[in-house]
Design a protein around this ligand. Sequence first.
Ligand code: NAP
Length: 254
Amino acid sequence: MILDQFRLDGQVAMVTGAGQGLGQAMAIGLAEAGADIVGLDRGECQDTCEIVQKIGRTFHQIQADLIITEVAVLNSIIQEVIQMFGHLDILVNNAGIIRRTAALEFSEKDWDDVLQINLKTVFFLSQAAARVMIPNGYGKIINIASMLSFQGGILVPSYTASKSAVAGITRSMANEWAKLGINVNAIAPGYMATANTAPIRADSQRSSTILERIPAGRWGTPEDLQGITVFLASQASNYLNGAIIPVDGGWLTR
Ligand code: NAP
């Protein structure tokens, strides 16, 4: 039956940046669909942990700062998941940061930090996950892209570079791993109300300019990503590879 294909019972999903915002909502959505959750964040994921446990699923926290975590450590994090659960079925590469400064003043640190967590970690965590998924012939990797995977943005050159590249590596990994049973796809959220966008929502002029362009007439909420995340994490998306799916209230269609 079709709805059974969306169930994730018995599966293990790792979500990076699960402590708040979009990552928290996606972790909750995956848990509601039946998955146990590994939350990877630099801080405590206390709220997410409590909600996932209330749903009746296991929550395991791994603490790591993904700006400074070396590739070898990313590999050992995946091994920790395998030792604990025996398998990893779903990886959501969500943790990401943005630094806002004009291109003329943009610093090397703001370039390197953003590229490190938003791009390099996404690739090498996916590589480590794929290495344990491929022997099972099954796995789902979901990257979080952005409107700036398609557009230039304002004052965020390293973020635009990273998210444009996330779209590229989503396609490149999908091309190599599709025949091995691994689906790699990306969600490109529009303007979502989280801590990440608090500064632009606090700027009333910028906020109303953004709202005027969104056909749905509102900012997105973290919960708006739960349906697409469960779909991409489930067997219902088995023939979807390398797609970058906007969830943007119609922003890109204008
Ligand atoms: P958020 O509310 O700032 O949450 C990001 C999460 O990642 C937090 O739990 C944060 O931990 C964690 N994190 C930050 N730096 C980290 C690090 N160095 N190591 C490990 N974890 C770290 O952001 P969000 O809006 O949910 O964004 C999540 C993803 O969606 C990002 O990739 C972002 O680029 C993307 N996105 C967001 C929007 C939007 O409109 N919000 C739109 C498009 C794409 P702390 O709580 O400790 O900071």
